[in-house]
Ligand binder design. Structure first.
Ligand code: UGA
Length: 433
């Protein structure tokens, strides 16, 4: 099949490379010329495990190419996946400008049998608006469907090759059958639902996962007040199959390009339909206030950070990615700078975003050892394996009262304390510490 994927972000490049690896002829289309030029040279604009080699292999065998030209990539396409960004606007509502612009650009080149699939995360209800927009721009038949994406950054290739389910939001049986045939190779359950349900399902999945994280963070905070240990609490509840043991670890709150914006959109939508007080509003606030609340607690334990050097280990919003969008590390650094601390930071992949890059009080270094040298406090923010497995006894400065804030609860507190650090975790002030 001829497939065109519009948007060469995480979802777009992964979708394009995976379909190309299944033997389809795929064109990745983006209006960003420099990005497309890089992709044509086999260079990815971001880090994602396994994607580099998949893009190179599929391009080498002639199954994958990249272009900026709609007139080249649209007319012969059997399927067009729209994978452009849907950021939050100031009101919290999702900004659909990029999806609409892609639809407007592709419409004049559409053929009768092409199916256009919205993969970008868009709110239920927008489908009708997209259908109208397309129909107003072309005299050809319009076949539109919605297939939300459930991949996670850091494991995007494997998640796409082995999805838990394929959700096809399509009103027409004919469109559904063709999309089913395209996806049957993935060997996953294929669901036919309405476009609105597919889109609501995507929001519900992300909001539920964000809820779990928010919930366990709240429980962890209570553990700090009553002497319980959050790891033991998670084990205690996890044996109940309705609850489960996974996707529960506490920290500084959820980040990344998806959960914060999707929860904001649900909060906004709830307000629009008359639910001013809604769980999504509350969740968003808990998550936003979490970092300063956690750092205030650290200060009550270790004293002011003014004029202190703090090592921030990890910049990416999670391991195995160089993505710093809505990363807790950035909010931690903002807070530290406001408190007049100096920061040395290290991340195996991510680089300091521009707002911090030239800041006098921040220095990004290339090893954990350098970041920790002379530090008064160390904060583990992103749980990269090389960070959580690092031997912190090697960088203990015996002339100082150093503290170590393990925001991901990945270290063994007694070993850290034996090395002479003051250990601070999340929700673990009980007997183990
Ligand atoms: C998330 C969802 O997991 C995917 O299913 C979804 O497809 C994707 O959003 C999307 O909408 O595109 P992702 O943002 O890549 O994927 O990352 P996650 O691994 O889910 O982590 C999100 C945030 O929650 C991170 O900041 C992470 O550190 C935090 N988290 C996760 C916790 O604090 N505790 C946990 O137990 C799990």
């Amino acid at each position: 099949m001829n497939i065109t994927v519009i948007g060469t972000g995480f979802v777009g490049v992964v979708t394009a490379a995976v379909f190309a690896s299944l033997g389809h002829q795929v064109v990745g289309l983006d209006i960003d010329e420099s990005r497309v030029t890089q992709l044509q040279l086999g260079k990815l604009p971001f880090f994602e495990p396994e994607l580099d080699s998949l893009v190179q292999q599929t391009a080498t065998i002639g199954n994958l190419s990249f272009t900026t030209a709609y007139e080249e990539a649209i007319p012969s396409a059997d399927f067009i996946f729209v994978c452009v960004g849907t950021p939050s606007s100031d009101t919290g509502a999702v900004d659909l400008r990029f999806v609409e612009s892609a639809l407007r650009s592709l419409a004049p080149h559409l053929s009768d049998d092409t199916i256009v699939i919205i993969k970008s995360t868009v709110p239920p209800g927008s489908f009708t608006r997209f259908e109208k927009l397309l129909k107003s721009q072309t005299s050809h038949a319009v076949a539109l469907a919605s297939i939300p994406e459930f991949l996670r950054e850091g494991s995007a290739v494997q998640d796409t090759l082995h999805p838990s389910r394929i959700v096809i939001g399509a009103d027409s049986v004919h469109v559904f059958e063709q999309l089913k045939a395209l996806h049957v190779a993935f060997g996953a359950p294929i669901l036919q639902v309405t476009p609105a349900s597919a889109q609501m399902g995507k929001y519900a999945a992300n909001a539920y996962l964000a809820t779990r994280i928010t919930f366990i963070n709240q429980i962890a905070d209570l553990c700090e007040k009553n002497g319980a240990d959050i790891a033991e609490v998670i084990e205690t509840i996890g044996y109940d199959e309705r609850i489960g043991k996974h996707y529960w670890y506490p920290g500084l709150g959820y980040g990344g390009s998806c959960f914060p914006k999707d929860v904001k959109e649900l909060a906004y939508f709830s307000r629009q339909v008359g639910h001013g007080d809604n769980w999504f509003n509350d969740m968003q606030q808990f998550n936003e206030q979490r970092i300063s609340a956690a750092l205030d607690r650290v200060v009550t334990k270790v004293g002011s950070v003014k004029n202190k050097q703090i090592a921030v280990l990890g910049l990416a919003f999670k391991p195995q990615t160089d993505d710093t969008r809505e990363s807790p590390a950035l909010k931690v650094m903002e807070w530290l700078l406001k408190s007049q601390a100096t920061v040395t930071t290290y991340d195996p992949r991510a680089v300091l975003p521009s707002q911090f890059a030239h800041h006098q009080a921040i220095n990004q270094v290339d090893t954990i050892r350098k970041a920790c040298q002379g530090a008064d406090g160390i904060m583990i923010v992103t749980e990269w394996p090389e960070i959580v497995n690092f031997d912190f006894t090697r960088v203990r400065d015996k002339t100082k009262m150093q503290w170590l804030f393990d925001t991901r609860n990945r270290l063994h507190p007694p070993s850290i304390q034996e090395a002479g650090y003051q250990y601070i975790g999340i929700g673990r002030v009980g007997k183990k510490v």
